[in-house]
Design a protein around this ligand. Structure first.
Ligand code: PLP
Length: 396
């Protein structure tokens, strides 16, 4: 490999939430001081050297004043979308913003009224619901159907809820966080059809599309153009290149009216120019980062193999969902008959491994834990070893 994923970044320098003992203690008061964090979706790899170099040059140059979304930035987005995702994006469709979660809040404000309803397929990434609730909108949840290690969409229920409760929009997570499920083209079309039929704005979050483990990802922009009249696509390099702390992202909105409404809400909130390092990092990721991304994905796949081996050998009662994307294994612990909170607490206190808990995924995740493979093989081995020992004690 050209790139080094074995030697990790020092996370004390960037005040990483992931590695912060105080934050960990607020979640698990008796967490071991030498804990390994496998929770928040933040990777420990150093960013691609090309990005580090570009940021170092910027830092050294010493100018951090006001900026704007440059032509080069638009072009980097258009090229990336074309080459990686086969999307033909036109420049006017693209709007630079301050993060996918902030964009969701803006969208809720722009397209719905207080007490309107927002439909989610759950479990799903928690901030989908925050965007609604922080703005006094109601969340309607439709549980995903668990068929063995895969989720399916509950089409009858989705249609029933759309027909009877009239939600104004949906946040659709594609690929799906937390399970890693990739929705097929047919599934995307079926969802888009229902949204059109019942006048539900389809907002698709594609931030996990850079980490495809297996299968074919279909971007919402690959759907027939008739769906463009009802579509907002949100994405960023934040997951793929671990740039979340730089707080930028973008939307792609082909429809003029939807885009104008969205931008009007940007104006109301003065979402204007990007931050200097964020734009430089994004351009560099998209122009020069493809090889780093491919290699990091290969490395994550090795972490997945290590994890699967441990799960098969040492974790009776844990069942991993088929992970088609991301670096975040989603594990069903129902068969252990132990409570997920108790397991997570023992893992923090005894094993010193902090895992994600189902509570953070809106609904329908009462027996789930989430891991994070965005770290070195050594850290994953150590975490799995420690957890295996604790698990043996727990099920004795
Ligand atoms: C599905 C999904 N959307 C959005 C985000 C966060 O995006 P941003 O940091 O740009 O707000 C995450 C982070 O884990 C995520 O999993």
């Amino acid at each position: 490999m050209k790139y080094d994923f074995d030697h990790l970044a020092d996370r004390s320098i960037d005040q990483a939430r992931k590695w912060d003992l105080g934050i960990m203690k607020s979640k698990f008061p008796h967490v071991r001081d030498d804990f390994i964090p496998l929770w928040i979706a933040d990777m420990d790899f150093k960013a691609a050297p090309e990005i580090r170099q570009a940021l170092a040059e910027m830092a050294e140059n010493g100018a951090y004043g006001y900026t704007y979304a440059s032509d080069r930035w638009y072009q980097s987005v258009i090229n990336w979308q074309k080459v990686r995702h086969h999307n033909q994006v036109e420049k006017p469709w693209v709007t630079l913003g301050y993060g996918t979660v902030p964009n969701m809040h803006i969208i809720v404000q722009a397209f719905t009224q207080v007490h309107d309803k927002i439909i989610l397929n759950t479990p799903v990434y928690g901030p989908f619901a925050y965007a609604a609730r922080h703005n006094d909108r109601e969340v309607l949840t439709v549980p995903l159907l668990k068929h063995g290690p895969r989720y399916d969409l509950d089409w009858d229920r989705i249609e029933y809820v759309m027909k009877t409760q009239h939600p104004k929009l949906t946040f659709f997570c594609s690929p799906h966080n937390p399970s890693g499920r990739i929705w097929s083209r047919d599934e995307m079309i079926q969802m888009a059809d229902l949204c059109l039929k019942y006048h539900v704005l389809m907002v698709v979050d594609e931030v996990h599309s850079e980490h495809i483990i297996k299968g074919q990802f279909t971007s919402s922009l690959q759907l027939p153009q008739k769906y463009y009249s009802n579509l907002i696509m949100l994405t960023s390099p934040n997951k793929g290149f671990n740039l979340g702390g730089l707080k930028l992202s973008y939307s792609i909105i082909p429809d003029d009216d939807i885009r104008q409404t969205f931008r009007k809400q940007y104006e109301r909130n003065s979402v204007t120019s990007p931050n200097v390092p964020g734009q430089i990092a994004m351009i560099t990721a998209y122009e020069q980062g493809a090889e780093w991304l491919d290699q990091s994905l290969a490395y994550i796949k090795e972490n997945l193999a290590i994890t699967k081996k441990f799960l098969a050998e040492s974790f009776p009662g844990w069942e991993m969902m088929e992970m088609e994307s991301s670096y975040l294994p989603w594990i069903d612990v129902a068969k252990s008959h132990l409570d997920m909170h108790e397991i997570a607490e023992r893992m923090a206190d005894d094993a010193g491994v902090v895992v994600g808990i189902g509570d953070d995924y809106v609904a329908n995740a009462d027996n789930f834990l989430r891991l994070n493979l965005g770290t070195s093989h050594q850290v994953i081995e150590e975490a799995m070893k420690r957890m295996a020992q604790t698990w043996q004690k727990m099920i004795k």
